[in-house]
Design a protein around this ligand. Structure first.
Ligand SMILES: Nc1ncnc2c1ncn2[C@@H]1O[C@H](COP(=O)(O)OP(=O)(O)OP(=O)(O)O)[C@@H](O)[C@H]1O
Length: 458
């Protein structure tokens, strides 16, 4: 690692801290992800799912893994550097992004997903924090949960971030597929257009309630398999009619609403595939031009403001953006370039309310057994108290935030008078976190003040 000078920590995830760094030999700016747990053999490193899947990806909208280095039992991923993530772009904004921004960003991500799904992988942990931005380019990152479609189910160790978690996963189906990524993209698109998470559940039960409040409870017609899954675990869906997305996403176009509605279908088989989404009317003005062949247009490329700038809505025209050449440094026995890496699975640790670093055991919501006799969905908690949890000092923002969300509004509309509530002014978003086991029927066990936590290093 002597070849790299670490400049600044730019991210602190469950499994690794990410640094902006410079390759001293060629001056290239890179991202270095330093894994938190120790790795005592190189084979162990090579078996990581993040390594196995990323090395097979070669797409301009998927972050490139340049090298894997193990030094003193510590594992480092050398990746192309991206300026910020989509959550960081959203968190300080007051004015929603323009639909054309959202269209351009999502088009790129659906391109990456179409590629990845076609290659036989699905991501399983899509969330704004894993969509990285530089200039006008978006890239998919964090393949720690990526899974080969061909790998035999049941998939038992999976934990995605709850707010973007598909209902079949919430109901512990063991045979889900790439449709879980499509669900997450529907939720992310809505969040980009409104600056509020669409389904900010405080527990798994509340997550399902939040979904019901928006799209209505599933029935025999909309999702027969879902009813069977629920029955198998003795879970009863709350009976909610749901509301029209258009009633709360008032400024969204009918095409955007239509696309989000189909992505967030209860039945995974009714969600469009990524390749189909690219043909949707919402993207009719988009034409994908690979980053490598784009011509530069007037004006310097810029990344939308992500820290400390409020209310700015930029228009980001596709421009040439170089991700830099691969490092030319000579690989040693403990350094492997991306094209010579091996396969297997990743250890993934949950991000708790207050993240415990160095914890290497796998603790997942899905792993624990559900107490099927106790399954009972709770009513919506209303506006939950949310907390920012940051691992580096931050200025200016309070730690306790009362958050108004789309679903809270919808919940109010559907459960009470069905009259429209006054739209509250937007407040800073919270970064979704994995939260300790909160299975359906156990949501009461989570202390209210700790329920929704995002973690961010700025
Ligand atoms: N290539 C990169 N360039 C710049 N920043 C990055 C890069 N990769 C990751 N980051 C930043 O670091 C954060 C954490 O990275 P990552 O998601 O890979 O870690 P993790 O430990 O797997 O996180 P999680 O808790 O989501 O599982 C990201 O949200 C992003 O802000």
């Amino acid at each position: 690692m002597d070849r790299f000078k670490l400049i600044k920590e730019v991210g602190d995830g469950t499994f690794g801290s990410v640094w902006r760094a410079i390759n001293k030999q060629n001056g290239e700016v890179v991202a270095v992800k330093k894994m938190k747990r120790k790795y005592y053999s190189f084979e162990e490193c090579m078996s990581l799912r993040e390594v196995k899947s990323l090395r097979r990806m070669n797409h301009s909208n998927i972050v490139k893994l340049k090298e894997v280095i193990r030094e003193n039992d510590t594992l480092y991923f050398i990746m192309e550097y991206m300026e910020c993530n989509l959550y960081q772009l959203m968190k300080d904004r007051v004015k929603p992004f323009s639909e054309s921004d959202v269209r351009n960003w999502c088009f790129q991500i659906f391109q990456a997903l179409a590629y990845m799904h076609q290659k036989g992988y699905f991501h399983r942990d899509l969330k704004p924090e894993n969509l990285l931005v530089s200039k006008d380019i978006l890239k998919l990152a964090d393949f720690g949960l990526a899974r080969e479609v061909s790998a035999a189910p049941p998939y038992t160790e999976y934990v995605s971030t709850r707010w973007y978690r598909a209902p079949e996963v919430l109901l512990q189906s063991s045979v889900y597929d790439s449709a879980v990524d499509m669900w997450a993209m529907g939720a992310i698109m809505a969040e980009l257009l409104t600056l509020h998470p669409l389904f900010p559940g405080t527990s798994e039960a509340d997550e399902i309630l939040k979904i019901c409040n928006v799209i209505g409870s599933p029935d025999e017609q909309s999702w027969p398999q879902g009813l069977s899954l629920a029955e198998a675990m003795k879970y009863k869906f709350p009976q909610v009619k749901g509301n029209q997305l258009s009633e709360v996403m008032t400024s969204a176009s009918s095409e955007a609403i239509n696309l989000i509605s189909s992505l967030c279908s209860w039945d995974p088989s009714k969600r469009p595939k990524a390749s189909e989404v690219l043909q949707h009317a919402f993207f009719q003005d988009c034409t994908y031009v690979p980053a490598t062949v784009r011509t530069r247009v007037a004006g310097p490329p810029k990344t939308p403001p992500c820290v400390g700038v409020k209310g700015v809505s930029g228009h980001y025209i596709a421009r040439r953006y170089s991700t830099g050449a691969l490092s030319t440094t000579k690989p040693s026995s403990s350094i492997v370039k991306s094209d010579s890496l091996n396969k297997i699975g990743v250890q993934r640790k949950l991000q708790m309310d207050r993240q415990a670093p160095q914890k290497s055991t796998r603790t997942t919501e899905s792993n624990s057994k559900l107490n099927t006799n106790r399954v009972q969905a709770r009513n919506s908690p209303g506006n939950p108290v949310l907390r920012h949890s940051r691992s580096l000092p931050e200025t200016g923002r309070g730690t306790m935030q009362k958050v108004s969300t789309i679903t809270d509004k919808l919940s109010h509309m559907s459960v009470t008078s069905r009259t429209r509530t006054t739209v509250k002014p937007p407040v800073p978003l919270l970064k979704a976190g994995h939260v300790k086991a909160d299975f359906l029927g156990k949501s009461d066990e989570i202390p209210p003040a700790k329920r929704l936590t995002r973690k961010l290093v700025s």
